[in-house]
Design a protein around this ligand. Structure first.
Ligand code: NDP
Length: 240
């Protein structure tokens, strides 16, 4: 039986590439998304991957959504916590609402998405949890105090969860991407993007597929000795 992988935010950007790569690697994939039905419908039609809509920041929605995924596809063996948003701006102008939105989608989701699958993984003695953080959670970024805090939290969460579950056949790791050419980054003004590229030693933005390949590796049996680690994929922009 193929292993089941659930990818949050799995219909667009980096998540889309992850869903496609996991399917190609033989997994049965469920792609969660937040609200963009048009994109999700096009994605499922193009790739034959089941899509499931719910808000990863909402505990009840996650519980219900994951129950539905497991009823339709089977128990989740691989969880990729990828959904994320930004609400950028200098902290002295920030609102608590922006802070909460970023925390909800990027950090609360670590709890809401992982809690419903962890018991089953422990019982079955196998699990792979791969959390998508960011270079800006490692180094901090002006204009992203909220996002930097949430993404740093993802790394702390991962390290603790890895220790708790190591004896149960479950690995928990972080991927910290640098700047990847998705809608999130292409929405940044071109001039700012050029300035960003100038700080990347390899001289270009990353491709979503370069993150997806690493997810496939961490999900596989060959990566069973890697847990609690942070894999930076950033073209050398920040070497932790
Ligand atoms: P995109 O904006 O391209 O895609 C985001 C995905 O997350 C979409 O599928 C979206 O669904 C989904 N999503 C957003 N909010 C929710 C929610 N509340 N509940 C469920 N799904 C939601 O993002 P990227 O692909 O660029 O980013 C993916 C991850 O990688 C994020 O965690 C991001 O922080 C991180 N990252 C990205 C970098 C980059 O350069 N792009 C760099 C470093 C980290 P819908 O389509 O329905 O809106």
């Amino acid at each position: 039986m193929a292993r089941v992988a659930l990818v949050s935010g799995g219909t667009r950007g980096i998540g889309e590439a992850i869903s496609i790569a996991l399917k190609k690697a033989g997994y049965t994939v469920a792609a969660n998304y937040g609200g963009n039905d048009e994109k999700a419908n096009a994605f499922t039609a193009a790739h034959g991957i089941a899509v499931f809509k719910w808000d990863v920041g909402d505990p009840k929605a996650c519980e219900d959504g994951i129950k539905k995924v497991e009823a339709e596809l089977g128990p989740v063996d691989v969880l990729v916590n990828n959904a994320g948003i930004t609400r950028d701006g200098m902290f002295h102008k920030a609102t608590f609402e922006q802070w909460r939105e970023v925390m909800s989608t990027n950090l609360d989701s670590m709890f809401t998405m992982t809690r419903p699958v962890i018991d089953g993984m422990r019982e079955r003695g196998f699990g792979r949890i791969i959390n998508i953080s960011s270079i800006n959670g490692q180094k901090g970024q002006m204009g992203q105090a909220n996002y930097s805090a949430a993404k740093a939290g993802v790394i702390g969460f991962t390290k603790a969860l890895a220790q708790e579950n190591a004896k149960k056949g479950i690995t928990v790791n972080v991927i910290a991407p640098g700047y990847i050419a998705t809608e999130m980054v292409m929405a940044v003004p071109e001039k700012v993007r050029e300035q960003i590229i100038a700080t990347i030693p390899v001289g270009r933005l990353g491709h979503a597929e370069e993150i997806a390949d690493a997810v496939v590796y961490l999900a596989g049996d060959g990566a069973g000795f890697i847990t609690g680690s942070t894999l930076t994929i950033n073209g050398g922009q920040y070497i932790a």
